[in-house]
Design a protein around this ligand. Structure first.
Ligand code: FES
Length: 308
């Protein structure tokens, strides 16, 4: 009796399990808090970070040259091919076409996985837990489609179709988790402040030029907006302080010169932005940091307005 009060009954456990299955968002939220995944995450994340040092190759995997993450665009190839193959399996005489689509989808998993791993290695831990399960689902789906190809080659088409259908089901679960990661947890979206909505039109007074230290980043407030302010002599550069990658505080970042341009590197994951106009110099951020035009008035006040 005492034990039954402490432990959930079998019926309660069953009810909880079926409620999780019927509400996929609840299942995804449980994965966010699944600390049991952390040892795997630490090991894998360290390996990926070591394998992908900062530089143009890693920037390309993040999607810096394209201005948005490359992973979502690349996953369309395997998912599109596999969905089409399973649909073709419903029609007679389409075995060869279905096989070609499955093979193309399996080949497309390599760039999708490489870009996904690069992005995953620079996420918060709750995001990484969901990302890990997403990757396991997509890896399992690729294995099932590969097995489907193998048995089809041996003439066992019916088994191949069953494997393909299972692979698509698993890939759909993985895609749901990918959507949760991007749309609910904000991986891959810009976390910079919506400057044009949060500051009024026209020039705004910020502070006196003499109040700003020379060549040292500081934070200043403009209404709701936190700003990174960097002064070099009489030139003042201003960026939104919330890093577009995951919202890190840029005013705590390191100032460095890259390709002859003064930049700030985010203290959280190292995204590097030109202080003059917020251009992304290195990822993982892909979205330009919102920046401001500035001017110094005759009486030494710094004024700014959002850069169009
Ligand atoms: S928050 Fe990740 S690089 Fe800035």
């Amino acid at each position: 009796m005492r034990q039954s009060l402490l432990r959930p009954t079998r019926r309660a456990r069953h009810a909880r399990k079926s409620s999780l299955l019927s509400r996929p968002a609840a299942l995804a939220e449980r994965i966010e808090r699944a600390h049991a995944l952390d040892p795997v995450i630490h090991g894998l994340s360290d390996t990926v970070v070591r394998a992908l040092p900062a530089g143009s190759r890693t920037d390309a995997l993040h999607g810096v040259p394209f201005g948005q993450p490359a992973h979502p665009a690349l996953v369309r190839l395997p998912l599109g091919c596999w969905t089409s193959a399973v649909l073709l399996d419903l029609l007679p005489g389409t075995e060869r076409a279905a096989g070609v689509l499955i093979a193309a989808g399996v080949a497309g998993t390599a760039p999708a996985a490489a870009t996904g791993l690069a992005d995953w290695s620079a996420l918060h831990q709750d995001q990484q837990r969901v990302g890990l399960v997403h990757a396991i689902c997509q890896g399992g789906a690729a294995s099932l489609f590969l097995a489907s190809l193998a048995v089809r080659a041996g003439g066992r088409t019916a088994v191949g179709r069953a494997l393909s259908a299972s692979g698509l089901a698993l890939a759909t679960i993985g895609a749901y988790l990918g959507g949760h990661l991007a749309l609910r947890l904000g991986a891959g979206t810009s976390h910079a402040d919506q400057v044009s909505h949060l500051s009024g039109l026209g020039w705004h007074d910020l502070c006196g030029l003499a109040e700003l230290p020379d060549r040292h980043p500081v934070r200043r407030q403009l209404g709701y907006l936190s700003l990174l302010v960097y002064r070099q002599g009489t030139e003042v550069s201003v960026l939104s302080d919330r890093c577009s990658h995951l919202g890190g505080p840029l005013h705590q970042g390191r100032i460095l010169t890259e390709r002859g341009t003064v930049c700030v590197a985010c203290p959280w994951h190292g995204s590097t932005f030109a202080v003059a106009d917020g251009t992304v110099v290195h990822g993982p951020a892909t979205a330009r940091q919102p920046s401001f035009e500035t001017r110094v008035t005759a009486d030494g006040r710094v004024e700014l307005r959002p850069r169009p």
